[in-house]
Design a protein around this ligand. Structure first.
Ligand SMILES: [Zn+2]
Length: 104
């Protein structure tokens, strides 16, 4: 399934290929506050359709996850992380648009 996602104002947009039949509700201090469901795809399955320089990025704790957000509208449509084994990279998608179609 190919999905599209974006921030609210459209400065950040992407398309991603994956099986989006399951979602994860993360209980970390960041995700509890933003209240999103997450789905994961390998890095090469996510394609930014807007310039990468439109991304602002927030790190916290061990700074292993890059939480990208839009400096204009404030929405954080996806994050990037390296798996613990260091060989495979993934991006996690937190796309409120798809929230209603995902089963936690
Ligand atoms: Zn925006």
């Amino acid at each position: 399934m190919r999905i599209s996602g974006s921030c609210h104002c459209g400065n950040i947009a992407f398309e991603a290929d994956g099986e989006f039949d399951k979602a994860m509700e993360c209980n970390c201090s960041f995700c509890r506050r933003r209240g999103v469901l997450l789905a994961f795809v390998p890095r090469d399955k996510l394609e930014l359709t807007t310039p990468r320089e439109n991304l602002s990025t927030y790190h916290f704790n061990k700074e292993v996850i890059a939480h990208h957000f839009c400096a204009s509208c404030g929405i954080a449509p996806f994050s990037e992380a390296v798996l613990p084994n260091g060989t495979e990279m993934e991006r996690s998608i937190s796309d409120a648009f798809r929230k209603s179609t995902l089963q936690p």
